[in-house]
Design a protein around this ligand. Structure first.
Ligand code: DC
Length: 246
């Protein structure tokens, strides 16, 4: 078990619906105690963006590692929204392109990058209750998380969701292209030597192919309330005390 704060890890492949679940769950649990949603993929995306901008090869471990000394990434959380700050610049919008997705997958295979981002992720989870989504949250970043969920969905469905998302942003990519990129990223993320995507042995598997976000949030929130009864009670008491002092 983690310390005083609640840690919820949500891992799984791209397009499984991790961020929708994590956001919704943090909002639901955050009604009574401070809860933050942390999208850890954004950190890898920021590193990928930096390496692309420098014109370096994102798949070269050496080229990527040599950039790390020049990178400073922080996360800011305001009103349920997460902003990613790369060397003082808010890059939250810029990191959502297919090019940066691939770069993020490349740089995430570099052990020095994973080490570089580890303390940032653990640092947040030590100061507030979190719902953190990524690929290695339950296995590496928060091995003592109170609840670990591994979210999956069929590849056709995941590709369709990504394609619709991209189309809304004006992308002209075809569904087949989006699916091919997703499959390549899945392969990269699951086969890399450093912290590959896999369910932690103590994680709960949830198949999100038939996507019903409300049902998924209700299910997950029920699991958390059941497993973290004591912590929730203590944190709620603390929160109402702080409220009373204002
Ligand atoms: O969740 P996402 O699609 O934004 O993640 C982008 C890439 O970052 C993904 O292909 C793999 C990598 N990643 C990772 O290796 N570990 C994490 N905890 C989160 C993301």
């Amino acid at each position: 078990m983690s310390g005083k704060y609640i840690q919820i890890a949500i891992d799984g492949p791209g397009g499984a619906g991790k961020s929708s679940l994590a956001k919704g769950l943090a909002a639901e649990l955050g009604k009574t105690i401070p809860f933050v949603y942390v999208d850890t993929g954004a950190l890898y995306r920021a590193v990928g963006l930096y390496v692309l901008r420098r014109g370096r090869d994102t798949s070269s471990h050496e080229a990527v590692s040599s950039c790390l000394d020049d990178i400073n990434i922080t996360m800011e959380h305001k009103d349920g929204r997460q902003a990613v700050i790369l060397n003082g610049e808010d890059v939250s919008g810029l990191i959502r392109t297919p090019e940066v997705s691939m770069a993020a997958s490349d740089v995430s295979a570099v052990p020095q990058v994973r080490q570089f981002l580890l303390s940032c992720q653990r640092g947040i989870a030590n100061t507030v209750s979190v719902v953190m989504d990524g690929r290695d949250i339950g296995t590496v970043i928060l091995p003592d998380a109170d609840v670990k969920i591994f979210l999956t969905a069929g590849v056709a469905e995941r590709a369709k969701r990504r394609w619709l998302e991209l189309r809304e942003k004006g992308s002209a990519k075809t569904l087949e292209e989006v699916r091919a990129e997703l499959e390549l990223r899945d392969k990269n993320d699951s086969s890399r030597a450093a912290a590959p995507l896999k369910p932690a042995p103590d994680s709960i598997l949830y198949d999100n192919t038939v996507h019903d976000l409300k049902a998924c949030i209700e299910w997950a929130s029920g699991v958390v309330r059941e497993k973290c009864r004591d912590k929730i009670a203590a944190l709620e008491a603390e929160a109402s005390l702080t409220e009373g002092k204002r």
